[in-house]
Design a binder for this molecule. Structure first.
Ligand code: CAA
Length: 285
């Protein structure tokens, strides 16, 4: 019998985590939203409020739906709050050791038939699964930014993921209005494997002063019909996240395309991480 999913957890309330919370809550699922401390929880709460406020202003939801959405979310700083969740999605920064630690702890807290999912975009799901005593219930559930808007979800099946686990996650993604695809556990899965070489190439073009940021972005937006140019997209993704993804893909594949352009790391060190810090390739109000 397939799982119902009436209550789920999300760990990590950054750009992706807050977006994932919104997706579940909008679909009437209770969400326990967890981050490490009160400050991080508050930041997540304000990401969510900003996004749902915009959806309200744009007429995507009415006031009642807006309020109901927020009514489905509770916030916590302890993993014990996740004990009765049927699924927990982890969306913390892309550090393998951190994710392994989290999964090892979750394994001892949630019910034995609950599913543990990672939103990692490039780290090995198999290794994360191996940090638990029940790797068959660990799966990748990779959303795209902005999660409330983009309709694609990659469900990552490792060699040990149980059939019912990825089938239930796939059915859940459909219930959330997404188009799920099942992919194997290889860095970048489908979308990032295709996307990040292109983004990195755009950065090296900018870094070598071959063209201005505006012209690079205009080429892809106006010339190719992409919704946004590559440098603006990197600002949306976050340069810290982009660096981690490129670095992981480079280490796994050793192809020059994914060797992170040096300026990405420099910008991250200088705090220019994109929209979330108010400045990246562009400056935001
Ligand atoms: N809920 C529901 N709808 C929302 C919303 C929300 N919280 N926020 C925005 N929307 C809707 C808007 O109402 C709007 O809808 P209409 O077009 O019907 O009016 C639509 O979403 C677009 O929003 P905006 O008008 O505010 O912004 P935009 O038109 O400039 O589009 C964008 C912004 C959606 C980000 C678009 O530029 C886009 O799709 N860009 C590409 C993003 C992309 O490639 N993401 C993938 C990154 S890679 C990744 O995420 C993987 C990884 O692992 C890093």
């Amino acid at each position: 019998m397939s799982r119902e999913f009436t209550k789920v957890g999300v760990i990590g309330l950054g750009t992706m985590g807050a977006g994932i919370v919104e997706v579940f809550a909008r679909n009437g699922i209770d969400v326990v939203a967890v981050d490490a401390n009160d400050e991080a929880v508050e930041r997540g709460r304000s990401f969510l409020a900003k996004s749902t406020g915009r959806a309200l202003d744009r007429g995507k939801i009415d006031q009642a739906a807006h309020d109901a959405l927020h009514g489905h979310v509770t916030y916590a700083t302890e993993f014990t709050a996740l004990a009765d969740c049927q699924l927990v999605v982890e969306a913390v920064p892309e550090h393998l050791d951190l994710k392994k630690e989290i999964f090892a702890e979750l394994d001892t807290i949630v019910a034995p038939d609950a599913i543990l999912a990672t939103n990692t975009s490039s780290l090995p799901v198999t290794e994360i699964a191996a940090s638990t005593s029940t790797p068959m219930r660990v799966v990748g559930m990779h959303f795209f930014n902005p999660a409330p808007v983009l309709q694609f979800v990659e469900v990552i099946r490792t060699v040990i993921t149980a059939d019912d686990v990825f089938e239930d996650v796939k059915a859940l993604a459909e219930r959330l209005g997404k188009k799920p695809v099942i992919v194997g556990d290889k860095a970048g899965f489908i979308a990032n494997a295709l996307l990040f070489g292109y983004l990195n190439h755009a950065v090296s073009m900018f870094e070598s002063r071959y063209a201005t940021r505006e012209d690079i972005d205009a080429a892809m937006k106006l010339g190719c019909g992409y919704p946004m140019g590559p440098l603006a997209l990197l600002d949306l993704i976050g340069l810290d996240t982009a660096y981690e993804i490129l670095d992981t893909m480079y280490k796994q594949g050793r192809d020059r395309l994914h060797a992170p352009s040096p300026i990405i790391k420099q910008m991250v060190s200088a705090g220019l991480k994109g929209r979330k810090t108010g400045r990246g390739f562009y400056t935001y109000a």
